[in-house]
Design a protein around this ligand. Structure first.
Ligand code: DOR
Ligand code: ZN
Length: 431
């Protein structure tokens, strides 16, 4: 048996792609799912590594379609090596990395560079996302076709909004030709202005410049109209307001090809926490209000929001330990995403298999990769978590190079214990 063969015994296997939720064994042979069933009898010529998953939940490998790896160019914040180790520790077997590196991933040359680095440095699968416009400048389209040949799975100017609607329409048109999803970072940059937090009662109280919810919603609405016009596949990144949810729900009802994701922080924190002036609460789009959290929660439950992402956005201490106005936007997320989502299941807001689908099958469909399933013959990417384990977030223990988390010190329930990629154990947590 090769090192990418193993037997996982007695776990509660949840695989939404097969409507499965049952205590079963999984036999992995040479990196592929070979058998799945109760009390599997495996002929053993050689010793086979075994995982006793009794009491654990076993699912297809989790896929985060929104990660910032920072390499090339921002390696003081994160590298492909540290970011992907952070992914493995967070239970993720695949991630898609955003194009806002330096240089920007706007050509096949950078896409190839990332893929070569990944081949040597990463324990998990990495799917690069290419830029929509050259240098994320919003002026001319990036080399979409050649990046597609080099291996990108989607295009996005994430971090910035393509403000020129004509250019965004052109990108949507092109994307159809290359069968790529276009991911929208929806913030009208003029409405956002110099805002640093959600605009409302709290921004007035805290004396900080606000970003209105409409800054997001006008772009979500615009992009939905353009998706309708072009017939392209549009994906809304980090939806954060009740208004965005309503627009997406209505667009889906009308049959427009739109999908959406949410982040753990937008589902967990309100703009109230900005009152600490902890710059780790500064994120784009900004933390919103209770009614937004409720709308997002509901939207995941009813399928309006398809995927659960992390928006892992590492920044160094130097970039965060400054005045609120001057700090970079973003927070690390890979190592805290899962328990924050799982908390919604524990509070009975979501059904567990729905949550698993939003972390496996759905994200795989959005970026068009053959992942997110435990069907026989598929890649043995598997995430195993301990549903009962309580632990305290300690950012000094992160695998990520950065520690910009507002969740430091939080008590979490649910912990990834094994992350398996292509049949190989790439992360083993405390049991
Ligand atoms: O807060 C954010 N940080 N939002 C983004 O869209 C980009 C990200 C980053 O790259 O730091
Ligand atoms: Zn973004």
């Amino acid at each position: 048996m090769s090192t990418n063969s193993l037997l996982i015994k007695n776990g509660r296997v949840i695989d939404p792609s097969q409507n499965k939720d049952a205590v079963q064994d999984i036999f992995v042979l040479n990196g592929k799912i070979q058998a799945l069933g109760k009390n599997l009898e495996i002929p053993k010529d050689e010793p086979l590594p075994e995982i006793d998953a009794t009491g654990f939940v076993v699912t297809p490998g989790w896929i985060d379609i929104h990660t910032h790896l920072r390499e090339p160019g921002g390696t003081h914040k994160e590298t492909i090596e540290t970011g992907t180790r952070s992914a493995a520790a967070g239970g993720f077997t695949s991630i898609a990395c955003m194009a806002n590196t330096q240089p920007v991933n706007d050509s096949s040359y950078i896409t190839t560079y990332i893929r070569q680095k990944v081949a040597t440095d990463s324990p998990v699968n990495v799917f690069p996302i290419g830029a929509v416009t050259k240098g994320l400048k919003g002026e001319e389209l990036a080399e979409i076709g050649s990046m597609r040949e080099a291996g990108i799975v989607a295009i996005s100017d994430d971090g910035k909004t393509v403000m020129n609607a004509y250019l965004f329409r052109k990108a949507l048109d092109y994307s159809r030709r290359f069968d790529l999803t276009v991911i929208s970072h929806a913030e009208d940059l003029n409405l956002k202005g110099l805002g640093v937090m959600n605009e409302g009662y709290n921004s007035a109280r805290f004396g900080l410049r606000g970003i209105p919810k409409a800054a997001e919603e006008v772009i979500v609405a615009r992009d939905i109209y353009l998706a309708e016009l072009t017939g392209a596949k549009l994906h809304i990144a980090h939806a954060s307001t009740a208004g965005s949810v309503a627009l997406i729900r209505e667009a889906k009802r009308r049959g427009i090809r739109v999908t959406a994701e949410v982040t753990p922080h937008h589902l967990t924190l309100t703009d109230e926490v900005v009152g600490t002036y902890d710059t780790n609460t500064k994120v784009a789009p900004p933390l919103r209000e209770k009614e937004d959290i409720e709308a997002l929660q509901e939207a995941v439950a009813d399928g309006t929001i398809d995927a659960l992402a992390s928006d892992h956005a590492p920044h160094s201490r130097e970039e965060k330990e400054v005045e609120y106005d001057h700090a970079d936007f973003g927070m690390v997320g890979l190592e805290t995403a899962f328990p924050l989502y799982y908390a919604k299941v524990l509070k009975n807001h979501w059904d567990l298999s729905k949550m698993v689908a939003a972390m496996t099958l759905k994200p795989a469909q959005i970026i068009g990769v053959k992942k997110g399933t435990l069907q026989l013959g598929s890649d043995a990417d598997i995430s195993i978590f301990d549903p009962g384990q309580e632990w305290v977030v300690d950012r000094s223990q992160f695998q990520s190079k950065s520690q910009n988390s507002p969740f430091h010190g939080w008590t979490m329930r649910g912990k990834p214990v094994f992350t398996i990629v292509g049949g190989k154990i790439v992360y083993r947590g405390n049991i």
